[in-house]
Ligand binder design. Sequence first.
Ligand code: SF4
Length: 319
Amino acid sequence: MNWTEETLRSTLAQPDFTSVYEQADVLRRERKGEEIQIRALLEFSNYCKRQCRYCGLNAKNARLTRFRLEPAEIVETALAAAETGYHTIVLQSGEDGWFTPEIIGEIVQAIKPSGMAVTLSCGEHPEEVYRYWKECGADRYLLKHETADPDLYRQLHPDAWLKDRVSCQKNLKRLGYETGGGFMVGLPGQTLDTLAQDLLLLREVGCDMAGIGPFLPNPDTSLGSYPHGSAEMTRRAVALARLLLPDANLPATTALGVLEPEAKRSVFSCGANVVMQKVTPNRVKRFYEIYPSELKDSDISSGRTQIEEEIRRLGRVPV
Ligand code: SF4
């Protein structure tokens, strides 16, 4: 299939999606096997200078309790995750100026001897900062574009521009990072044309990973009264992402699981092959609320055991 905006849009709209799901599942099996990769996710600061209208961490949300982990605790938690069997740690935060490029670089350098791959997800930065972190040992970077419609992007991000976001993604790719993009499904004002453009932008950037999740309204934001995105449309977008990017790593996003736990499980038969497991300390993880969710306390080891069991129940192999 020659995927264009028009063919993607009409495919997303078709009443019966069964054959597309099947194609995506076959392709996932060919390229990725039966393994589901489990990645440790450590949220280390919920301070953020940005004003993204869908996000509970935005700088204007005065109701949120803010936290910032000490660098020593970040390294300690990552090393504990490595001992539990994780091979990748994702270090995620808002855009928090307290964490200078040097501090983050030192954290990466302290984790790397464990043999873990380090993924950073800390927002937009100048190319020289991304280069420095790469030199410190960072392997991957997650930076979703959220929506490929420049006007909608501007409405949702009053202090940012889509072109800057995409420029950061392209810089990351050029610097040799495995680059993760992604977007939300069901944003207020989004159309099927936008979703088609979202998928094409993943391909244009050459994303090695793509996180696609439903929009979930956060009552503490200005979008709090809008309806959530559709789980079915999210699964459709994931399946099409597999067809467009056959070798990409596609996570079953946390947001999809919050919306519909069954949809999160079923997305593994629509092209997804990765899952993130939080290793954020229990005392702070409920404050990392981009959208509302019901988080249960768990330690690193029992959390991993639990997700491995869930993966085996799906007939897949946890890695
Ligand atoms: S989406 Fe990211 S950059 Fe935007 S407010 Fe939330 S944490 Fe900050």
